[in-house]
Ligand binder design. Structure first.
Ligand code: ZN
Length: 218
């Protein structure tokens, strides 16, 4: 334990985190590795352990409120009092969402660093994801999370491994390796025609991500 410096970014104004920022104590090794898959549909992050991490309720609530405010804004006459009221509400809500999201990201990154020595992710191809999913990708700000996780892993001497976006992780069966070319975006669950294993799409991908990452680690 020791002082690591004062020029160091302080995560939030939260007191405990402030102390954590100045005193760094390496976390004990756990001997565990995890693969994590970012998602849009069922969960924010799915782990190869089978755990699905959702957005916390307060953040979900704010995002919902933002959608309805945006809708209300589009119905107002531009420049009217009602229009300006909406603009102010939206600006205030954006600040709130940004803080809620930051808290969520810091907590999630801490949790992963505490539980695992090696964390494997797929390199994000944001342009491709945008084409596929629309603007929701930027709302979810995966990039911000990866940056926070990278910083935390460095501090805790954890290994953050990113596998390239061309590695097949969704279609191969994580049990037998069969490539399911018929899998579509809407198939959330599937059964392998080769070995009959039943898969949750995201958990299967997270396991494949972990494997691909571990191959290049060893
Ligand atoms: Zn199989």
């Amino acid at each position: 334990m020791g002082i690591v410096g004062v020029g160091f970014p302080i995560p939030t104004s939260d007191k405990c985190k402030l102390i954590f920022g100045f005193y760094y104590k390496p976390l004990p090794t756990t001997g565990k590795s995890v693969g994590a898959d970012f998602g849009m549909k069922d969960a924010y992050l799915t782990l190869s352990t089978g755990e699905k991490i959702q957005h916390p309720q307060p953040l979900k609530h704010s995002l919902k409120k933002l959608r309805s405010l945006n809708k209300a804004l589009s119905r107002k006459v531009k420049g009217s009092n009602g229009w300006w009221w909406c603009v102010r509400q939206i600006a205030r809500l954006y600040r709130k969402i940004s803080n809620q999201r930051k808290d969520f990201h810091w907590q999630l990154a801490s949790k992963l660093c505490k539980k695992f020595d090696t964390i494997v992710l797929e390199t994000l191809n944001i342009d491709g994801m945008k084409r596929l999913w629309g603007r929701k990708v930027s709302d979810l700000s995966f990039y911000q999370f990866v940056e926070i996780l990278r910083y935390k892993c460095q501090k805790h001497k954890r290994l953050l491994k990113e596998i390239d976006q061309w590695t097949a992780t969704t279609k191969p069966c994580s049990t037998c390796g069969f490539h399911n070319e018929n899998l579509t975006l809407n198939d959330r669950q599937w059964t392998c025609p080769e070995c009959s294993s039943h898969h949750d799409r995201d958990i299967n991908a997270a396991i494949n991500i972990l494997r691909a990452g571990m191959v290049s680690v060893t």
